[in-house]
Design a protein around this ligand. Structure first.
Ligand SMILES: C[S@@+](CC[C@H](N)C(=O)[O-])C[C@H]1O[C@@H](n2cnc3c(N)ncnc32)[C@H](O)[C@@H]1O
Length: 236
């Protein structure tokens, strides 16, 4: 069964399952994801569930996410990180996720696109430990953790793609990734509605980039407005 990611935005704002709470379980996860426009293969769903279990078990003492309710985690973490697939025809083969935190968007992105060779960049030791635990426990291949800050000098390997969510202003990230990103490489920024003001004063050409795509959408059946901004490295 192909995986589906609904692109259609909706203004409908139903209470979840007509007021009922979803059961935290694989079927509950499937039901909630489908409610938000994400249809996954069973194997991917089970991997995401395993990740969710690790996130819950380790959140208490490791400060991984401030979201608590199952429904909110599925909507604002999992659906959010998977829906971007609807806007990207082909992901670069070699990517980094800058400021991964507890693994967003990197872990869901990798589960849905196992062919991406991905490095999760995260300096906080407890988060690095958690990300390595997830990789080990889920038996993921082609993914590792760079446990340092990404700076203009710290990345020593070339990459074809960069992604980040809830990290910092785009103009602060561009100099960090300028050297590591190959010409023609792409940078994907997952943003909220405030990005419109950010874009109004952004000059990507100052850093050797050009603005390629802007997608504004809402997580289906939610109040969460999102944007995916794609820049291309043009400078050789
Ligand atoms: C607000 S959190 C966002 C985490 C995740 N991307 C998400 O959407 O939930 C930002 C993360 O960036 C990390 N961070 C801060 N400076 C960084 C840098 N220079 N390079 C890489 N990660 C950094 C922080 O430790 C933190 O975990």
């Amino acid at each position: 069964m192909p995986q589906k990611f609904t692109r259609r935005p909706t203004n409908q704002n139903f209470p979840l399952f007509h007021g009922k709470r979803a059961t935290p379980s694989v079927p509950g996860l499937k039901q909630l994801l489908e409610y938000h426009g994400v249809e996954l293969q069973q194997e991917t769903l089970e991997q995401l569930w395993a990740y969710h279990q690790l996130l819950r078990e380790n959140n208490k003492d490791q400060d991984l996410t401030r979201l608590n309710a199952f429904e909110t985690i599925v909507e604002r973490h999992y659906a959010d990180c998977i829906l971007i697939n609807a806007y990207v025809e082909k992901w670069p083969k070699r990517m980094i996720d800058v400021g991964s935190g507890a693994g967003f968007p990197g872990i869901p992105l990798k589960l849905v696109n196992p062919d991406i060779r991905l490095t999760l960049c995260e300096p906080r030791p407890n988060r690095v430990e958690f990300l390595n635990l997830v990789i080990r426990e889920l038996g993921l291949q082609g993914i590792d953790v760079f446990g340092h800050k990404v700076t203009s000098r710290s990345l020593t390997f070339p990459v074809e793609g960069v992604i980040s969510r809830a990290f910092e202003l785009i103009e602060l990230t561009l100099p960090r990734i300028q050297k590591a990103l190959v010409p023609g490489g792409r940078a994907f920024f997952m943003k909220g509605p405030a990005v419109k003001e950010e874009l109004a004063t952004l000059h990507p050409e100052d850093y050797g980039f050009k603005l390629l795509e802007k997608h504004f959408y809402r997580i289906p059946k939610s109040t969460q407005d999102r944007a995916l901004i794609v820049l291309e490295k043009v400078e050789v």
